[in-house]
Design a protein around this ligand. Structure first.
Ligand SMILES: N[C@@H](CCC(=O)N[C@@H](CS)C(=O)NCC(=O)O)C(=O)O
Length: 246
């Protein structure tokens, strides 16, 4: 049995849900509320994922964390169409992209999301309560970043620098898509899955310059193609189970 610990709107959880849908793997949901209840910081969850973040999978009692590692695991452990290129060099390219998507894209969208999404979630807490919450986090590097943000906030300059770094990555993707349907060639792969939720997040955060596809037309065509996939639509159909009208 496969259980996914995830949060409905988390980019990294969406990565895994797209992969599960593409591979048509059966799974059971354990929704972890990282917004209101901050369940990711609870001791029971940090026993599963010491970094105190979603997603985590439990496959027949075996835990796997890190969304890019989870999707590789799912692709290798389950039957169905392979989402990994056969050529070793293309596999290396895929892992390079994973690294950029995590180190550059995820890190910088977090900067931009701070004022828009993260702060409103803790608006009701005092500074001391926010500090206490951050200190619950197992990951020391994340704790340091969060404490720094609590102290200094995120400025417009920080946001502009982050947006410029994101734009650089999108330029690279635009160049990669020259003459190809998907990031690694003719076949849809885990690389396409890995970046998809972030493109959607740029749209949701109204980062209009990043999603102005007249500037990056190949990316625009790729994005339309990707959103039309049944796997993408299924993953995005998972909405907030705690919403009043859910
Ligand atoms: N590198 C991790 C990052 C996971 C991550 O940052 N998850 C976010 C949601 S997308 C989270 O749980 N945030 C809550 C928190 O940091 O407290 C992965 O790819 O799984």
């Amino acid at each position: 049995m496969l259980t996914l610990y995830h949060f409905w709107s988390s980019t990294c959880s969406r990565r895994v849900r797209i992969c599960l849908a593409e591979k048509q793997i059966e799974w059971q949901s354990r929704h972890v509320d990282i917004a209101k209840k901050m369940e990711q910081l609870e001791p029971w969850y940090q026993k599963l994922n010491a970094n105190g973040v979603v997603p985590t999978i439990d496959h027949d009692g075996n835990l796997v964390i890190e969304s890019n590692i989870i999707i590789q695991y799912l692709d290798e452990a389950f039957p169905g169409p392979s989402l990994t290129p056969e050529d070793p060099l293309e596999r290396a390219r895929m892992r390079e992209l994973f690294d950029r998507f995590e180190q550059v894209v995820h890190a910088n969208i977090n900067v931009i999301s701070y004022n828009r999404r993260h702060l409103p979630r803790v608006q009701h807490l005092s500074d001391d309560e926010r500090r206490a919450m951050i200190m619950k986090k197992g990951d020391a590097d994340k704790r340091r970043i969060m404490l720094e943000r609590l102290q200094h906030g995120v400025s417009e300059e920080d946001e502009a620098r982050a947006e410029a770094r994101l734009a650089n990555v999108l330029d690279e993707l635009e160049a990669m898509l020259d003459g190809r349907d998907w990031l690694l060639g003719d076949d849809f792969s885990l690389a396409d899955i890995s970046i998809a939720p972030f493109i959607e997040r740029f749209e949701a955060n109204r980062l209009d310059r990043l999603v102005d596809f007249s500037v990056r037309p190949r990316l625009g065509t790729w994005w339309t193609r990707l959103q039309a996939r049944a796997g993408f639509r299924e993953a995005y159909a998972f909405t907030d189970p705690d919403a009043p009208d859910a």
